[in-house]
Design a protein around this ligand. Structure first.
Ligand code: CP
Length: 316
């Protein structure tokens, strides 16, 4: 792959998953591959897992890594073409991305949506401009609409926990939150699951429908309890509205997952990308219980990133 911004950049998903699982067993086998290569990780938003796991993945491959919190440590970035920069922005993305591309062999960038203008966010303007101006391979560390490294780690986790003969039922359930959250993780999870050997059910309150481009092939219901019946995996995530863009709707009802609700499932394993608001999104009893996969998912972030980096390094 040249860039890694969505599942559509992956030539063979099964090979990528198997590669990641192999790297988990043999993390230093390809230590030579990244010799004298530099990865730049650019953050316009906070991160714990993405930052540390991608850095660890690159180190396992022998790469040098530079990390920059561009929102705090860089010049205020202008992204509009033809802008008269007599206001607060100091550096245009044309120069900033081009310069970073001169210093690095591969770049990763995290840029969340502003959740104010759907058309602007869903055009992935910043990511696309960054790719076009930096002139090196780019890995999305979570963009305005997707979080592909998380989704690959999620698929690894499901693959590891599922017998080869089984086609699991996977439920993506909306969860409450205290503030408006992007749709990226949910979009991305639905998109990746549609390419995997699973049956995907998405459940959410009315008004939280995701964009159809991400949910093709999934069963969608507003009845959470019905969705949970015989589920093998339940992926818990909040997202703000796509139609009434970026809004949290009042009176969503009782959507926090509990062990009582899970009784209808097939002893389902519970997933969440983290960070999680305990006892808002997910109950303590589930997070601290035997069926939580959240730490396994976080661990798999390293091997997801390592498989992607390895694939790109092999083509440089
Ligand atoms: N899941 C995830 O991307 O975590 P961070 O935001 O901490 O990187």
């Amino acid at each position: 792959m040249m860039h890694f911004t969505s599942v559509h950049d992956v030539t063979n998903l099964d090979t990528l998953v198997q590669d990641a699982l192999h790297l988990k067993q043999h993390p230093y086998q390809y230590k030579h591959l990244g010799e004298n290569r530099t990865l730049g990780l650019i953050f316009l938003n906070p991160s714990l897992r993405t930052r540390l796991s991608t850095q660890k993945a690159a180190t396992n491959l022998g790469m040098n890594v530079m990390v920059m919190n561009l929102d705090k440590e860089g010049w205020a970035l202008e992204t509009q073409d033809g802008a008269i920069m007599n206001g607060t922005t100091v550096e245009h993305i044309k120069e900033a991305a081009a310069v970073m591309g001169q210093y690095c062999d591969i770049l990763g960038i995290r840029s969340f949506p502003k959740l104010q203008n759907r058309q602007e966010d869903y055009s992935e303007d910043l990511l696309q401009k960054f790719i076009s101006y930096c002139k090196v391979p780019v890995i999305s560390l979570e963009s305005a609409t997707r979080h592909p490294l998380q989704s690959l780690a999620d698929l690894l986790t499901i693959t590891e926990n599922t017998p080869a003969w089984k086609r699991p039922k996977v439920v993506l359930t909306w969860a409450p939150h205290v503030k408006a959250i992007p749709q990226c993780v949910a979009n991305s999870f639905a998109e990746w699951m549609s390419q995997a050997a699973v049956d995907l059910v998405i459940t959410h309150p009315a008004g939280f429908e995701l964009a159809e481009e991400f949910t093709k092939g999934a069963t969608i219901t507003h009845n959470q309890q019905e969705a949970l019946k015989n589920a093998d995996y339940v992926y818990v995530k909040n997202w703000s509205a796509y139609q009434d863009y970026g809004k949290m709707l009042p009176d969503a009802g009782e959507w926090m997952l509990t062990n009582e609700k899970l009784q209808a499932s097939n002893k389902a394993k519970v997933m969440h990308c983290l960070p999680v608001r305990r006892n808002v999104e997910l109950s303590d009893e589930i997070l601290d219980g035997p069926d939580s996969l959240v730490l396994e998912q976080a661990n798999n972030r390293t091997y997801a990133a390592q498989a992607v980096l390895k694939n790109i390094l092999e083509q440089l």
